[in-house]
Design a protein around this ligand. Structure first.
Ligand SMILES: C[S@@+](CC[C@H](N)C(=O)[O-])C[C@H]1O[C@@H](n2cnc3c(N)ncnc32)[C@H](O)[C@@H]1O
Length: 213
């Protein structure tokens, strides 16, 4: 087990997942942004670092069936599977590190809330961008939520990299473009406030596509 895996597995093993700072029953901003990019239930969604939050539940309620959940923590994935009950077999569960993800297929939607910002090392950030490009369909959109420049400097005992639109564009490079961004204040289960920026990302017109067929 890597240190990163150990850290997150330990969080979900030792804490009530409904009390961690990032927990959301219903991710309203993510759903709003998914509506903004115009996704429909026949499309495929990959949720990076899903944790035990409720986006997958809401997607299943809306009729989505092509859902892949990725998280470093086996425990987080099993919490989700158990909670989904009769729908537990719908998602494809992958216990893996996003920076080394190889699924061999591309997705219409890549969703990541509060995962990319833990990659504080430039090499890891570029590995993430390469993996994103491999898994993003030609007409696909990525929605990435990070702490904003006014957000916390750390989360769950780990340092984070905070982003505004320009900084995110700089990390993504030339092939991907930040189409839009939105600032939101998340109220943690303990009542604290955390400012996030969400970015809607697509391939830039004329970009050299690198996705799986
Ligand atoms: C702050 S939580 C956010 C969870 C969820 N996205 C949400 O918004 O509630 C970060 C999640 O990403 C997972 N994670 C952290 N680093 C990861 C990585 N490199 N690859 C895959 N998952 C990762 C953690 O296990 C944790 O569940």
């Amino acid at each position: 087990m890597t240190q990163r895996e150990q850290h997150w597995e330990n969080i979900y093993q030792s804490r009530d997942h409904r009390e961690v700072g990032w927990y959301q029953v219903s991710p309203e901003i993510s759903l709003r942004l998914l509506d903004q990019v115009g996704i429909s239930p026949e499309q495929s969604v990959i949720e990076i670092g899903c944790g035990a939050s409720g986006l997958v539940d809401r997607l299943i309620e809306r009729g989505f069936r092509k859902i892949t959940l990725v998280d470093l923590s086996q425990k987080a994935l099993s919490i989700v599977r158990d909670r989904l009950g009769a729908h537990g077999d719908i998602p494809d569960y992958r216990a893996d590190d996003v920076t080394r993800l190889v699924l061999g297929q591309s997705f219409d939607i890549w969703h990541d809330r509060a995962v990319f910002h833990f990659l504080t090392d430039e090499e890891d950030q570029q590995k993430y961008v390469a993996v994103l490009k491999q898994h993003l369909a030609p007409e696909g959109h990525a929605i990435i939520g990070t702490f904003s420049l006014n957000g916390p400097k750390s989360c769950s005992g780990l340092p984070v990299e905070r982003y505004d639109k320009e900084k995110m564009q700089g990390v993504l490079g030339e092939d991907l473009v930040v189409l839009d961004s939105l600032t939101d204040v998340h109220v943690t289960p303990a009542g604290g406030e955390q400012e996030y920026n969400y970015f809607i990302i697509s391939w830039r017109a004329g970009a050299k596509l690198r996705h799986y067929p």
